[in-house]
Ligand binder design. Structure first.
Ligand SMILES: Cc1ncc(COP(=O)(O)O)c(C=O)c1O
Length: 404
């Protein structure tokens, strides 16, 4: 069944439900799930042309699959990039970027506050292949510029960061990168295109853990890299055929449907996070709240400009306490006392999740690396979901109100 092409100029909310519906001959209304590893060819000549990329058409799901393509096209449309390539996880998206953009002898400048596995991948694993990374302050543009060397190829930022929510000024970093002929990649997992569209601010590549907000319901692992046809489709897409970091059709279908409600979810969760952060800031057992949606946050103005006027669904706070052992015990007490929040490392879910970053997501870092990233033993991260706010406050009070 042939559909009318969509009109030009549709907004991201419309594209989220209308873009890239790969409708079959049955005319189903909801997106079909093409759960197949390979595709039947009409004859050998046609198969040969398809395998040689001389004729359009599907051959094998590691090369392309209609459901995965729908997710890629829809995400790219929402992000405002020419294309996207989907991967099995967020980490495989970052690995895909590293293996295609970088080669032995290249240098990367990245934030020292990035997600723990990203720090490990760049700092340890890629180092074994001759790629060196200098980690710099998330917020200090001068330190990014000063770290650039003649062999630097990529600036890589994550904004806002996990778990503290510190920001990078994307437009300013893009200027620094482009003045030196470098690429800027931004991990947008914490905001999603519902709040922030880094490519519109000058980023060359936008990286996602689709496991977070894009799915938003804690069901599947997924990832993606968005950018230009020349780099993402031609270089990364071709590499995928050899490397096999693919997203499964089933997982692609789940995140594709997740995109439909993304904007509603992220806006509602961000509004709830602001209210929770405001309330936490007044609690006597909370030493400090880290949330860019608060007017008191040093990067509040940048957050409002860059993140569609919202702080996003994730906040963090330090509990009171003296010394690392007591801070850790207090944080554990607050987390273990909850009965509504889920004690789990994922984020961006409609179910509120609560985590102790120093012993989980950032547990593999050295104490020195954790301190550089500002992650103390008393820090708690909350990814706010869609529960009633009063229930969440009561849940956090169970532990906060009983702290010594
Ligand atoms: C900002 C960020 N980027 C990337 C990842 C990795 O994504 P995944 O767990 O889907 O591999 C995470 C996971 O928590 C993350 O928080």
């Amino acid at each position: 069944m042939t559909d009318q092409p969509l009109p030009e100029g549709l907004r991201p909310e419309t594209l989220a439900v209308r873009e890239a519906v790969a409708r079959s001959q049955w005319g189903e209304h909801s997106e079909a799930l093409y759960m197949t590893s390979s595709f039947v060819q009409s004859d050998c000549e046609s198969a040969a042309r398809r395998f040689a990329n001389e004729e359009p058409g599907y051959t094998y799901t590691r090369t392309a699959n209609p459901t995965v393509s729908s997710f890629e096209r829809r995400l790219a449309a929402m992000e405002g990039t020419e294309c996207a390539v989907a991967t099995s996880t967020g980490m495989s998206a970052i690995l895909l970027m590293a293996l295609t953009v970088l080669k032995s002898g290249d240098h990367v400048v990245a934030s020292q506050s990035m997600f723990g596995s990203t720090l490990k991948l760049l700092g340890s694993e890629m180092a074994r292949f001759g790629v060196e990374t200098t980690f710099v302050s998330q917020t200090d543009l001068q330190s990014w510029e000063a770290a650039i060397r003649p062999n630097t190829r990529l600036l890589f930022a994550e904004t806002p960061t996990n778990p503290l929510g510190d920001l990078c000024d994307i437009a300013a970093l893009a200027q620094i990168a482009h003045a030196r002929g470098l690429l800027l990649a931004v991990d947008n997992s914490f905001c999603s295109p519902a709040l922030q569209r880094p490519a519109q601010l000058g980023a060359d590549l936008v990286v996602y853990s689709g496991t977070k907000l894009l799915d938003g319901q804690g069901r599947v692992m997924a990832g993606a890299v968005c950018g230009t046809t020349a780099l993402v489709d031609k270089v990364m897409g071709t590499f995928m055929r050899s490397a096999g970091l693919n997203l499964s059709p089933f997982n692609a279908w789940v995140v594709l449907k997740g995109l439909e409600t993304l904007s509603l979810r992220v806006r509602a969760q961000s509004a709830a996070a602001l209210e929770l952060a405001t309330w936490l800031a007044t609690h006597p057992k909370v030493a400090r709240v880290h949330y860019s949606g608060l007017a008191s946050h040093p990067q509040h103005a940048l957050a409002m400009r860059q993140q569609g006027g919202m702080g996003g669904p994730v906040l963090a706070f330090d509990v009171v306490g003296q010394g690392a052992a007591q801070l850790r015990a207090n944080a554990f007490h607050v987390i273990d006392s909850t009965r509504v929040c889920s004690i789990t490392a994922n984020l961006g879910d409609v179910k509120t999740t609560i985590t102790h970053p120093a012993s989980t997501s950032h547990g593999r870092l050295t104490e020195e690396q954790r301190q550089a990233a500002g992650i103390g033993q008393g820090l708690i991260r909350v990814s706010v979901g869609l529960e009633h706010l009063d229930d969440l406050k009561t849940d956090l009070c169970r532990g906060l109100d009983t702290l010594p």
